[in-house]
Design a binder for this molecule. Structure first.
Ligand SMILES: [Zn+2]
Length: 358
């Protein structure tokens, strides 16, 4: 194991798990297919005992006195779960689950899809994946454009479309500096199609024509009420099939059963989104609105791992004033680029590990 390969916190985690998994005996037994986790059906979905799931990654369970909370912990990783909530924390980063954590016969349970498609990729990149994606060409998508200004702060004369394009150009420069080929969905103030639906589909589908390896859509946010208190960063990846988006109450998304093109990349979507979100929080010191999932059109049509970044709220005057400064947008671009770098290092680590095993 080459320690120099990965230097970030997540990288150290990958290393530690890889080392643990290399040990013969206990881990081999723990990961053996003869001992599958007990699956129970709760509220119409499959659930796994959270403590047993954590044990597969060497995480020790710590239950709160009232039994409502469960911390899964190792030297490198802390996952905080709470009964009846869809929100959890992975190494201090706010992550929204598709389905709530449930207490079943005195033990907290996590939905199988959340365990497999959200938590596993973050803890052990590449786990269960037959192929490892390359990271060479990146499509950056500045949200909106032309007659669609996106969100606005009229008092400060700010438009999302302009700020998103500027941020995209900065991100392009940062990624090109790292050696990536970068393609923009738009380089000026325009829409890609007359209808909103066709416009979004064209942006996502640009990943096909350019054989892109990553897709990053850049946006700024707004709320209608609570503008004075709502601030911060949120990052979206595509909701997995049969799961529920952050904005949908459980079991109330009629499109949940539909498989989208982007769902082929569920594992890498989660890993990419988590790392970009984490680097944005670290770089901007902004409040954490969470890693979320949605069936957003641009993500549905992307043919590679894809994320949508909401880098701050134009509806909040204080945050909007920050976003209006080139220095802050530069910081956003650098943080997203750092998230890509961490993701690419983790992917490369998986590739190297597999090459070594051959
Ligand atoms: Zn937008």
């Amino acid at each position: 194991m080459r320690r120099s390969a990965v230097r970030t916190a997540a990288g150290v985690l990958l290393l530690s798990l890889a080392v643990a998994a290399d040990l013969p005996g206990q881990n081999a037994a723990r990961n053996s297919p003869q001992r599958p986790l007990a699956v129970v059906r709760l509220n119409g979905a499959e659930y796994l005992p959270a403590a047993d799931f954590g044990a597969r990654f060497g995480l020790k369970p710590l239950r709160s006195a009232d039994g409502r909370k469960l911390t899964l912990k190792s030297n490198w990783t802390t996952i905080e779960l709470e009964a009846d909530t869809r929100e959890c924390a992975i190494n201090g980063v706010r992550v929204f689950l598709g389905e709530a954590i449930r207490d079943h016969r005195g033990a907290l349970h996590v939905s199988r899809i959340d365990a497999e498609k959200l938590i596993t990729p973050i803890l052990l990149p590449g786990s269960g994946q037959t192929s490892v994606p390359a990271v060479r060409t990146i499509v950056i998508d500045p949200g909106h454009g032309g007659s669609d200004p996106g969100m606005e702060n009229k008092a400060l004369r700010l438009q999302e479309k302009t700020l998103a394009l500027d941020t995209a150009l900065r991100l392009k420069q940062e990624l090109e500096r790292q050696g990536y080929k970068v393609v923009l969905t738009r380089r000026d103030d325009r829409q890609l199609a007359r209808s909103k639906k066709a416009d979004l589909q064209k942006r996502g589908e640009l990943t096909l024509g350019t054989k892109a390896d990553l897709f990053i859509s850049l946006h700024y946010n707004s709320v209608e009420s609570g503008a004075d208190r709502v601030t911060g960063v949120e990052v979206y990846s595509l909701t997995p099939q049969y799961q529920y988006s952050h904005s949908d109450p459980e079991r109330e998304d009629s499109t949940a059963a539909i498989a989208n093109l982007g769902n082929r990349h569920d594992h890498w979507n989660a890993l990419l989104a988590y790392n970009i979100h984490r680097e944005l929080l670290a770089g901007l010191k902004a409040s954490d609105r969470g890693l979320k999932r949605g069936r957003l059109a641009v993500l549905r049509f992307a043919s590679c791992p894809a994320v949508l970044v909401e880098a701050g709220f134009l509806s909040n005057d204080a945050e909007a004033r920050k976003i209006a400064t080139p220095a802050y947008r530069q910081k956003i671009a650098e943080s997203v680029a750092e998230g890509v770098r961490v993701y690419a290092n983790l992917v490369e680590g998986v590739r190297r590990q597999r090459a070594g095993q051959r």
